[in-house]
Design a protein around this ligand. Structure first.
Ligand SMILES: CC(=O)N[C@@H]1[C@@H](OP(=O)(O)OP(=O)(O)OC[C@H]2O[C@@H](n3ccc(=O)[nH]c3=O)[C@H](O)[C@@H]2O)O[C@H](CO)[C@@H](O)[C@@H]1O
Length: 383
């Protein structure tokens, strides 16, 4: 379990570039950023690519993050965004002497950050490494992006044992993989502590719904909305809270099918504190979001995953989530079953959270310190 430190190891202070693009990247990188800011050996700078704009500002504010560098989004299509992002990242890269680029997850921004680090021979650290469906079409494009990032990264921070094994199986040497848990749990704990999130409703609480995944665009979004409408009409005493993603592909069918149903509240996306409050007050979550699958078990809220595959089988195995797919009939059937089978509901609610214990960012910073701050004698890189 030893590996030599990067060539620039031993410098007093290491310039670290942290790259975010979307809402979930900000959430999952904020705890790493704040932990690095406490590290005397690190000078961390936050670069936001602008892939998400409004949803990003909302979340950056929740975590008291002001990016040092914000790129200009050069177009609305992914191609235009990607080309402009690459060029601007390249400029940011050559302006300073970087020791490390940190990216998170599976977005275009994360991939561009890793690619620019690679071309500039700056080591790349990947937070939330090793999630896989091994189906390049689902989720698209995330599965391809995260596999490519794994090929480019030097340091791989795996959130679960399964993710670690996936990386090992792909040939990544043990000393470059650290099992840390998911930083989203750190973000949740920070928010509960600092923003006073706690359950505020009496009784069973609401059903929380979110949809945004590209693979669900089109017919599946409509099926999901029809299912939610059926459930709301069958259970008029159940409040449904649906923060609607800003993408027009989602907004259209959601308001067409669910607008005007008295017990369905359609809202703008919530800020992070608002979302954690909504989770803690929930009876059940219906979602295709990755982050919500990881977060809901913290509050003992069962999750129905509106997808055919998940890269988080840990939640299914632990019993806190069920994979229902995105068909109207299957979703309605599962919600009805859990409405009437209180033993099955309680088993899901009490399954616990398999995604971490809130120490991931401290472990990441400790591992990076071991790798980067090696003065005279080589030490284990990640052990
Ligand atoms: C394929 C896949 O699973 N990929 C994931 C994907 O992200 P996702 O599916 O988790 O994306 P979203 O659902 O957008 O975000 C979720 C977060 O947003 C918060 N939230 C949500 C709605 C709202 O109104 N207000 C909020 O605050 C919520 O609590 C949660 O923390 O990309 C990430 C980046 O690379 C990856 O890490 C991650 O694997």
């Amino acid at each position: 379990m030893t590996a030599s430190a990067p060539p620039d190891a031993g410098k007093a202070v290491h310039n670290i570039l942290l790259v975010s693009g979307t809402r979930p990247e900000i959430i999952k990188l904020a705890p790493v950023y704040h932990a690095l800011r406490q590290a005397p050996w690190a000078r961390v700078q936050w670069l936001h690519t602008g892939q998400h704009a409004d949803m990003a500002s909302q979340i950056l504010a929740c975590f008291d993050v002001v990016p040092d560098i914000t790129l200009t989004r050069t177009g609305s299509s992914l191609l235009e965004f990607s080309a402009g992002c690459r060029q601007q990242l390249e400029s940011a890269m050559i302006e300073q002497n970087w020791s490390l680029v940190i990216v998170q997850g599976d977005t275009e921004s994360a991939f561009q950050g890793a690619l620019v680090g690679f071309y500039n021979r700056v080591p790349v650290a990947h937070v939330e490494a090793g999630l896989r469906t091994y189906n390049l079409a689902r989720p698209f494009p995330e599965e391809g992006l995260r596999q490519m990032i794994s090929r480019l990264a030097r340091f791989h921070f795996a959130p679960t044992q399964r993710a670690r094994v996936a990386l090992q199986t792909e040939g990544i040497a043990d000393e470059f993989i650290e099992l840390t848990g998911n930083t989203v749990i750190d973000a949740q704990q920070w928010t509960c502590t600092h923003r006073g999130v706690k359950r505020r409703v009496a009784g069973r609480g609401h059903m929380l719904v979110t949809v945004h995944r590209r693979e669900n665009w089109g017919n599946d979004v409509q099926e999901i909305c029809h299912a939610v409408a059926d459930i709301a009409r069958q259970q008029p005493d159940l409040q449904v809270l649906f923060p609607v993603h800003l993408n027009p592909v989602i907004q259209g069918p959601v308001s067409d099918i669910l607008g005007g149903i008295p017990n369905v509240t359609l809202t703008q996306p919530l800020d992070y504190t608002g979302m954690q409050q909504a989770l803690s007050d929930a009876w059940m979550v219906l979602t295709d979001s990755g982050g919500l699958q990881e977060e809901a078990p913290t509050f003992g809220v069962p999750v129905l995953v509106l997808r055919d595959e998940t890269e988080r089988p840990e939640a299914i195995e632990a019993g806190c989530a069920l994979l229902t797919g995105a068909t109207r009939h299957a979703i309605v059937q599962e919600v009805n079953r859990l409405t009437h089978d209180s033993a099955a509901y309680t088993r899901m609610a009490q399954a616990g959270n398999p995604f971490g214990d809130g120490t991931a960012s401290a472990q990441i910073v400790a591992a990076l310190k071991r790798s980067l701050v090696t003065v005279s004698e080589p030490q284990p890189v990640l052990a």
